[in-house]
Design a protein around this ligand. Sequence first.
Ligand code: FAD
Length: 384
Amino acid sequence: MVDFSLTDADKKIAALARDEAEIGRTYSRYYDKHEDEIEPKVFAEVKDRPDPLEMLDAIEAETSGRVIVEHLVTMETARGDVRMRRIKKHLGDKIVRYAGNDEQRKLFGNKLLSIALTEPGAGSDPSMIRGSARYDEATDEWILNAEKIYCSAFGASDGALVLVRGPEKNGARPFMGFVIEKGMKGLTELGQVKKMGIRSWDTADFVLQDCRVPSINKIDVDFKKTMIVFNGTRPGVAAMGLAVAGSLLEFTREKLLGKEQVLDYAKGIRARSAIEDRLIRMEALYEATSLTILRCKWLEHVGGTNNGATKVEAAMSKALGGKAARKITQGCMELLGPEGLSEEYLAEKWFRDARIFDIFEGAGDVNRLIIARSLLNYSQKELN
Ligand SMILES: Cc1cc2nc3c(=O)[nH]c(=O)nc-3n(C[C@H](O)[C@H](O)[C@H](O)COP(=O)(O)OP(=O)(O)OC[C@H]3O[C@@H](n4cnc5c(N)ncnc54)[C@H](O)[C@@H]3O)c2cc1C
């Protein structure tokens, strides 16, 4: 039987992350107003506190497993908006660790590498990627040209894994992945992107102009191999969106019902107020989404992370998570009225923050296409 009850060790680690998130919230407005600043590696307030993920390393055997506990920590951390500790793994270095050879793992596996796919006009549709790579036999180097935008964590990372088009082969230009490192000639950083929401989220643009990279920097990945890593992160991103929505739902409930008032779930629909009814519906959506994500993480825990087996469940989690984040935050703002817009509270910020979770790591529409293709047995060409 599937058992979703958490162990004491799970709860202990999640509680640590929750406590840090509470501290994180005290910085929410600051980083919302100072989006060019990147947070410190570790905030002074948590320097001497146990790190939840290091505790996981120490007591993993007592937990429900790494995948599940990392998910719990992600969700708790996202409640605080601002991370008290920078993450130590990025998507690019994850790809190097699973697709690189021994030498590449040694060279780049411990670096922080973002992932850079998106270009102007090439977001949901990677076939529009125009960035290019050509080989220089004389020097055994690749020469890269690309404009990469919206690169998460690039400000604080050591570089990125970039996906560009290689030389033409059999009438097509295959995708190729390269590690680029900061300081390389031909790489120009364009700084932080101005955003409507999640302004504390390090997001940067950069340009590669005749950037020469040694051939050892070419990682053996194509588009499919690169996308596999998103099966693990899509549910995580959905969980973050849900956590933001949960924060606003909690705030709204407390504002409207007071700290002590509890909802009477047993009351029939005719006996409860419109506000109670809307809160209950939003809570139900929150719970259903949370369980969908947890189920995906459980399947990943049982079946492995990088084999693509949870592709559809990951897409379901992300599609539902992004939608729930939007619906719940919208519903809360409607209930709060003008008070929700006051900067005295974080409600208006959470409302802005929630929108992105239905856009990046595959927009909701795109994830629904992945699900539909699987259910109807269509190829990407047949349904896009
Ligand atoms: C804060 C932030 C961080 C990011 N981090 C990264 C990163 O680290 N690395 C990276 O490579 N990219 C990153 N991105 C880019 C992100 O993945 C893209 O923004 C996303 O893929 C959407 O692409 P787009 O912005 O070009 O929008 P579009 O693809 O133009 O989409 C616009 C709208 O059209 C809809 N749509 C698109 N295609 C279809 C379709 N076939 N059917 C139905 N509807 C469709 C979408 O759902 C959306 O509503 C980030 C973006 C942001 C804002």
